[in-house]
Each structure stands twice: as structure tokens, then as C-alpha cells.
Design a protein around this ligand. Structure first.
Ligand SMILES: [Zn+2]
Ligand SMILES: [Zn+2]
Length: 450
């Protein structure tokens, strides 16, 4: 393992931006690339560079219900960004690399199960696409995603909310003070997956000291107990002290040490908008940590350690969070058993989801089958008016890859029944057991199978 290189893949997406002056634009990665090449990092034997490729439409449908179809929600840049994570996943699973970092955009962690448009700069959740691919192709079951972006990874949380085999840990600036306004401690996963979603809402201006306390006393012990087959890092660099979109105090050194402790198998870039100053340093620190190169000399020109002491109030709040969430994680088995014993058929959840970039408001009713033998399957009734003024009412059935035969059969028969319901525009079936993704257009009475 030790002698294998770290896989690095750059995809700056030259032709994709929300608008020319928007912070989510190609320069985000160009400065990083320039710096890494200038420092000669790419020539080191510890690094192996990979080229991007397109994800297949089916790869996207495995993770999302795109309305009305995948083509409506993705550009070529999205397919390359998601596809790049699959290149790194293949390289890892085929034993070519010891770990890998997909430095790609557009980002993905605000994109949820149903995609009607762009939320928080995201249409497609790159990590979710990669995880379902890893499960399908390499039969990986248990994974952990640690989201280190300053914004709550609400899309990833939504996608794996009911999945007892995916541990999702997100630390972020407290949702009362930052977009998307979620990620509170009480959000701990669905009734049969309780405790496998762990949110760590940090007070503004948390420093390296605070985050390493969380890492040492909460994140690492939980990972040790959960024993995932792979650790994925949603690597957002916007906790950095210079980031214009948030108010945290992390440094490039802090991020590099974080990466060293976490030792993710795969890191996928998320946010980070301090384009010229912080982002190249943080990304470089992460690459060096992953490749086992000494990053001790990585110094940001304006970093003054005395400015970065954790305040006693922050430290007290952080200690409280660690204690509460450690307990919640330890008691999760009991709560899941209690929920299973309730003998209900379905748990019903109503949601309103706002797409800030596209100004779309989606109404959702999600139901989880409370199965005795597995994590259950989900049905989602979703409606939203798209940017082109078209209104869609859709019904989505999601059968996980690791569910029991009765849930699988019930999901398929539900799909066949719903095809007669003229009140919907589309009925979708995500059948991960057969790796088949069906979409039925009610008005045209036509079916598409991926
Ligand atoms: Zn972010
Ligand atoms: Zn079941």
C-alpha cells in the first residue's frame, strides 16, 4: 500500500459558470493547478495524474431522480465532474493508487435525491454518484462520508438519510449563521438509520484548535466504531480564514493535518472561494498530506498564529457538541430497534426544498417503508415549477441495493401500479438490485429504461 501513489485529477470546467463574476467559476481551480505545477508536485513519484472522463447517464440515475430526465439537469461539465470521481474510484479499487483526490467542479454536496435544478451551485451530487457506482461495481457496502466544507452538506444528508450503511458526518458553520440553514444536532437520520447522520454545527470563527478537538474526540472515535470499508471526504475549503462566503478560522496547515488524521481513501473537492489566496494552499496541503509528503513548510504569507486562538466560549460550545453527539451515536441501536418495533408500515416526512440558485421551490412527501428485515425503501412525491415555468408532479420509488426481497418486489409492483395514475407527469423507479432505472412518461405513455 505504502508504495502506491496518490491519484490526482483536475477538472476546472472552463465552460461552466453560474455567471461570469460568480464565485463558482473556473479560476477557482486554475490557481491551484498553477501552484501545484510550479512547486513540481505533479512530477513527484508519489503522485499519479489522471484524466477526466464522462459519467454515463445511468451513473447519475443511480443516485438521483432528475426531473424530467437526467439530460435536463446536467451539462457536459456535470458529467465530467461526476465522471472524474469514478476515474479515481476505479484507480483505487483496481489497486493503482493508495488514495486519490478529485479536484473538480461543478461541486455537488447541496444536490439532493430529487433534482429539479441548481441548489447552492450544485445540480448533481458527485460523491453520491461515486458511492452508488462503487456499490454496484465493487460491492462495497459500508462507507463513511466526512464533509469538511463550511456549509452543511444537506444534499448528501438527504440522499443517505435512510441508509444505515452510509455514515454521514458533516461539520460546518452553524446553520443559524450560514447557508443552507440546516445541519443541526437533532438531524440524525431516518427511523431505521438513526445515528448514521452526525451533524457538527460549529460556532463562527472556530479555529484549527476547535476543529481538531472535534476530530480527535468525536469524528475519529465514531469512524473507528462504524468501521467503514472506505472513507470519502467531501473536501470543501471554505472554512479557511480568508474565505469570502463564511466566517471561520481554519488554516491550510489545519486542513492538511485534518486530512492526515482522517486518511480518506478518496477526497472530492466541494467549496472554497478564496480563489487566489487560500484555495491553492489548502489544496496543496491536502495533496501533500495524502501523498505522505512533509507539509511542515507550507506557510501562508499572512498567517499569524496569535490571531487564531480558540475563544473560551467557542471551546465550551464545541465540547458540549462532542459530548451530545457521541452519546447519540452510542445509543443509535436502541432507537432504531424502538422505531422498528412500532409496527408502522410507512414513516411520512413532508419537506419544502428551496433551490436558491434557480429560485425553485419544491414540495415533497417522502415515505419510508419500515421494514422488519432491512433498511426499507423510499417513495417520494415531489412537485415543483421549473425555471422554464413548466410545473412537474412526479412520483419516485427508490429501492436500495442492500434491501430485502420483499421490499424489492413491493417497489417494482408499486411502480407498475403508479403508471396508471394520470395525476402525475412522471413515475420513476430506481432499482439498484437489478441496476435498472425506469422512467414512465404518463402523458406520452412511454417508458425509458437505463
Ligand atoms: Zn461550501
Ligand atoms: Zn425490506
Amino acid at each position: 500500500m505504502k508504495n502506491k501513489p496518490t491519484g490526482i485529477l483536475f477538472f476546472p470546467a472552463f465552460d461552466w459558470a453560474i455567471s461570469p463574476t460568480h464565485p463558482e467559476r473556473e479560476e477557482r481551480l486554475l490557481y491551484t493547478r498553477d501552484q501545484i505545477f510550479e512547486e513540481g508536485i505533479m512530477d513527484l513519484p508519489q503522485i499519479s495524474e489522471y484524466n477526466p472522463k464522462l459519467a454515463q447517464i445511468k451513473d447519475i440515475a443511480r443516485a438521483h431522480f432528475c426531473v424530467p430526465d437526467v439530460a435536463a439537469q446536467v451539462t457536459e461539465a456535470h458529467l465530467v465532474s461526476a465522471g472524474s470521481t469514478l476515474v479515481i474510484a476505479d484507480a483505487l479499487m483496481q489497486g493503482e493508487i493508495k488514495n486519490g483526490f478529485a479536484i473538480v467542479r461543478p461541486p455537488g454536496h447541496h444536490s439532493m435525491t430529487v433534482s429539479h435544478g441548481n441548489r447552492g451551485f450544485c445540480n448533481i451530487n458527485n460523491e453520491a454518484v461515486m458511492i452508488e457506482y462503487l456499490r454496484q461495481k465493487y460491492h462495497i457496502k459500508r462507507l463513511a462520508i466526512v464533509d469538511t466544507d463550511v456549509h452543511h452538506g444537506d444534499g448528501t444528508q438527504d440522499i443517505f438519510w435512510h441508509d444505515p450503511d452510509v455514515l454521514f458526518i458533516s461539520f460546518h458553520q452553524d446553520g443559524r449563521t450560514l447557508y443552507p440553514g440546516s445541519g443541526f444536532m437533532e438531524e440524525r437520520g431516518g427511523p431505521l438509520a438513526y445515528g448514521t447522520t452526525i451533524n457538527i454545527p460549529l460556532p463562527p470563527r472556530t479555529t484549527d484548535i476547535g476543529i481538531h478537538f472535534v476530530l480527535d474526540n468525536l469524528v475519529m472515535p465514531i469512524l473507528e466504531e462504524f468501521k467503514p470499508e472506505l472513507i470519502i471526504n467531501s473536501a470543501g475549503q471554505d472554512n479557511h480564514y480568508t474565505d469570502p462566503l463564511a466566517d471561520m478560522r481554519f488554516s491550510a496547515q489545519g486542513y492538511a493535518r485534518l486530512n492526515e488524521k482522517l486518511a480518506p481513501d478518496i477526497a472530492v473537492l466541494e467549496g472554497g472561494y478564496s480563489v487566489e489566496t487560500a484555495l491553492p494552499y489548502v489544496n496543496m496541503g491536502i495533496i501533500m498530506a495524502m501523498a505522505g509528503i512533509d507539509y511542515g513548510n507550507l506557510r501562508e504569507p499572512d498567517y499569524k498564529p496569535e490571531r487564531f486562538k480558540e475563544s473560551p466560549q467557542n471551546m465550551e460550545e464545541i465540547k458540549g457538541i462532542v459530548k451530545t453527539q457521541l452519546n447519540a451515536f452510542k445509543n443509535r441501536g436502541e432507537i432504531v430497534a424502538r422505531n422498528r418495533a412500532k409496527n408502522m408500515d410507512f414513516e411520512v416526512i413532508h419537506k419544502n426544498i428551496f433551490y436558491d440558485t434557480d429560485y425553485i421551490s419544491e414540495d415533497q412527501t417522502e415515505r419510508l417503508r419500515l421494514c422488519k428485515n432491512c433498511g426499507g425503501f423510499r417513495v417520494i412525491h415531489s412537485s415543483a415549477q421549473h425555471r422554464n415555468a413548466k410545473y412537474y408532479e412526479v412520483y419516485c420509488i427508490s429501492v436500495p441495493g442492500y434491501c430485502c426481497d420483499s421490499c424489492h418486489q413491493e417497489g417494482i409492483s408499486m411502480y407498475n401500479q403508479m403508471k396508471n395514475k394520470s395525476s402525475y407527469d412522471f413515475i420513476y423507479l430506481q432499482d439498484r438490485i437489478d441496476d435498472q432505472y425506469r422512467s414512465f412518461d404518463i402523458s406520452k405513455e412511454t417508458e425509458t429504461v437505463l
